[in-house]
Structures are given as structure tokens and as C-alpha cells.
Design a protein around this ligand. Structure first.
Ligand code: NAX
Length: 327
């Protein structure tokens, strides 16, 4: 039998946490033959709710779940973890300045970076979900210098999956037949959902949709604004789809992407495609042997170029704002 993998979920008493931990315990993240031990962290205010989640995990009698650590102590939470999914953060409340929210998250991610660096298992893989996801991941990277930069990523797979979903609905085809959309840049409304290389079967999505106006307009804004549309409908932000995307992200990273398919991940930019280096930017990637590689050589037309630059500029600006919160 395989050794259990320790998976940390921060913010585990929140809504994404509640959807995510049962998926992990059922093997959706790491495979149906991979035992797991869940480490759940939240803040003292949520300790009782967190304990309730732990009780439900016990009650669900998941065969793959070999242990549960539920704690408000960041060191205990981080100790020995092989995978860390960072969902906990400070939400933007009405009337709050952007800088104030950034400042709260910078301080959270700075201290959690140190705890992971000192106590996580070697080669721990980190996925940041909490917003501003790209910049929180960057702060985590900066304050955990001994964790390889390639091990620190942020979630844009939800946006990627939303793009697949929109194309599948538009063409009335199975979502599993739509491949190779790309989310470029920031997990924010400046992200660029790109279908120029996407296919259904062996046909380009652009040829099948036959409506460039829709693809360059409404399709993009629908994906960019989908989070807001869910809040409007549910009066709560996306949770099951975010949890599912987090599982997809880690599963593909650890177990590999299928041949001929890429996915979108926020990763430490090396300046590929002439976007800013030194920020966490979402790229098309393939994964093999537990490592991601940016897909190279895709043609970028003029329309796309502007959008890659715009979202890159926003990330540079967020990086500066985050740094200004440190001083
Ligand atoms: P909730 O507010 O339901 O849950 C957040 C939890 O984090 C709470 O239980 C809170 O007590 C906890 N928390 C706060 N500070 C903490 C700390 N320092 N250490 C540990 N836990 C802490 O939010 P939820 O809807 O679950 O969303 C979580 C985060 O995901 C938010 O930042 C949200 O903006 C972000 N999202 C990111 C998405 C993405 O695609 N990257 C999509 C979904 C979601 O909007």
C-alpha cells in the first residue's frame, strides 16, 4: 500500500474548504489509490467550525483518509505536508481600500511562507487559491526562499475550466472534447482567456464557432466576470467549482497532463512570451514527473499581445503595491 500523502488546506472552515476537503479525502485530488492525511488550518475565530468539519470527515468514513489534523497553529498545520493548498486569506470587505486588503494578505502570506519553509516536507508543492492569488503566491515565494520557485503556483484552473465550459455550451459539445484554451496572466478581470489554439476533436475552436465577434468580446468578458455572476446568483462566491479546479490543478501537476493537452497554471514567470519576469503569471503548461513546463512557441497575434501586456502590467503594479506594504 502507498504511504499517505499529507495535504494542508488553509482556510479549511470556509466555503471552499468545506467543498474541497471531502474531494481530497475521496481521492479526487491525488488518485483513488492514494491514502491522505488532511491538515486543516483556520484562525481561532473559526476554530469551532473547523472542529465541526473534522467531525464530519470522521462521520464520512472515507477509506482513503488516514488522519485529520485540525488546528489554529500554523506550525502544527505545516509540519510534514507534501501538498499545501492555501485557501485562507483576508477578503475584501465593502469600503476597504485595495492597499488595506493587500496589506492584510501580505502579512498572512509572509508568515505562512516561513512556516512552510521551516516545517513542510522537502519538495512540498504549493497552490495558492486565496485572492489576490498571484500576488499572494509571489509573497509566499519571496519569504520561503529555500522552497524552489517552481513549487509555488496559483490557481487559474477555475478560469480555464470556465472557458472550456463556455465553448462547450456554445458549440453543444461535451466539455471533455474541448481542449487547449489558455488563461494568461492574473486571476482577476484583466485575465485573458485565449481560444486561438483551442480545439474540439481536430478542429480549431475559431473555425467551429465562426463568430470572431463573440469570441473576442462576450466570450472573454463572460469568463472574466464569471466570479461576479456566481456571487450575484448564489449570494456567495464560487466554491464547488473552485474546489474542483484546485483538485484538477494538483492532480495534473503531480500525475501529469494527458499527451497533447495543456492546462493553465499561475507560475513564476521567466519572461516567456515577453511578459514580465518575476511575477506569478498564468501560462499554458504541460506537466510530467511532477514538474510543469511552459508551452513554448505559440503564435500571439496583435489582439492577444495587447491583452497579455495589460494583465502583465497589472501584476507588476500589484507586486509594487505588495512590496509597499512590507515597508
Ligand atoms: P471564506 O471566507 O468562506 O473562507 C476563508 C477562510 O479562511 C475562513 O474560514 C477564514 O477564517 C480563513 N482564514 C482567514 N485568515 C486566515 C489565516 N491567516 N490562516 C488560515 N485561515 C484563515 O472564503 P472562500 O469562499 O472559501 O474563499 C477563499 C479564498 O479563495 C478567497 O480569498 C477568495 O477570494 C478566493 N477565491 C479564489 C479563486 C481562484 O480561482 N483563485 C476562486 C474562488 C475564490 O473566490
Amino acid at each position: 500500500a502507498k504511504e499517505p500523502v499529507r495535504v494542508l488546506v488553509t482556510g479549511a472552515a470556509g466555503q471552499i474548504g468545506y467543498a474541497l476537503v471531502p474531494m481530497i479525502a475521496r481521492g479526487i485530488m491525488l488518485g483513488a489509490d492514494q491514502p491522505v492525511i488532511l491538515h486543516m488550518l483556520d484562525i481561532p475565530f473559526a476554530a469551532e467550525a473547523l472542529n465541526g468539519v473534522k467531525m464530519e470527515l470522521v462521520d464520512a468514513a472515507f477509506p482513503l483518509l488516514k488522519g485529520v489534523v485540525a488546528t489554529t497553529d500554523v506550525v502544527e498545520a505545516c509540519t510534514g505536508v507534501n501538498v499545501a493548498v492555501m485557501v485562507g486569506g483576508f477578503p475584501r470587505k465593502e469600503g476597504m481600500e485595495r492597499k488595506d486588503v493587500m496589506s492584510k494578505n501580505v502579512s498572512i502570506y509572509k508568515s505562512q511562507a516561513s512556516a512552510l519553509e521551516q516545517h513542510a516536507a522537502p519538495n512540498c508543492k504549493v497552490l495558492v487559491v486565496a485572492n489576490p492569488a498571484n500576488t499572494n503566491a509571489l509573497i509566499l515565494k519571496e519569504f520561503a526562499p529555500s522552497i524552489p520557485a517552481k513549487n509555488i503556483t496559483c490557481l487559474t484552473r477555475l478560469d480555464h475550466n470556465r472557458a472550456l465550459g463556455q465553448i462547450s455550451e456554445r458549440l453543444s459539445v461535451q466539455v471533455s472534447d474541448v481542449k487547449n484554451v489558455i488563461i494568461w496572466g492574473n486571476h482577476s478581470s484583466t485575465q485573458y482567456p485565449d481560444v486561438n489554439h483551442a480545439t474540439v476533436g481536430d478542429k480549431p475552436v475559431r473555425e467551429l464557432v465562426k463568430d470572431d465577434e463573440w469570441l473576442n468580446g462576450e466570450f472573454i468578458t463572460t469568463v472574466q466576470q464569471r466570479g461576479a455572476a456566481i456571487i450575484k446568483a448564489r449570494k456567495l462566491s464560487s466554491a464547488l467549482s473552485a474546489a474542483s479546479a484546485a483538485c484538477d490543478h494538483i492532480r495534473d501537476w503531480v500525475l501529469g497532463t494527458p499527451e497533447g493537452t495543456w492546462v493553465s497554471m499561475g507560475v513564476y514567470s521567466d519572461g516567456s512570451y515577453n511578459v514580465p519576469a518575476g511575477v506569478i503569471y498564468s501560462f499554458p503548461v504541460t506537466c510530467k514527473n511532477g514538474e510543469w513546463t511552459i508551452v513554448q512557441g505559440l503564435a500571439i497575434d496583435e489582439f492577444s499581445r495587447k491583452k497579455l501586456d495589460l494583465t502583465g502590467a497589472e501584476l507588476t503594479e500589484e507586486k509594487e503595491l505588495a512590496y509597499s506594504c512590507l515597508s
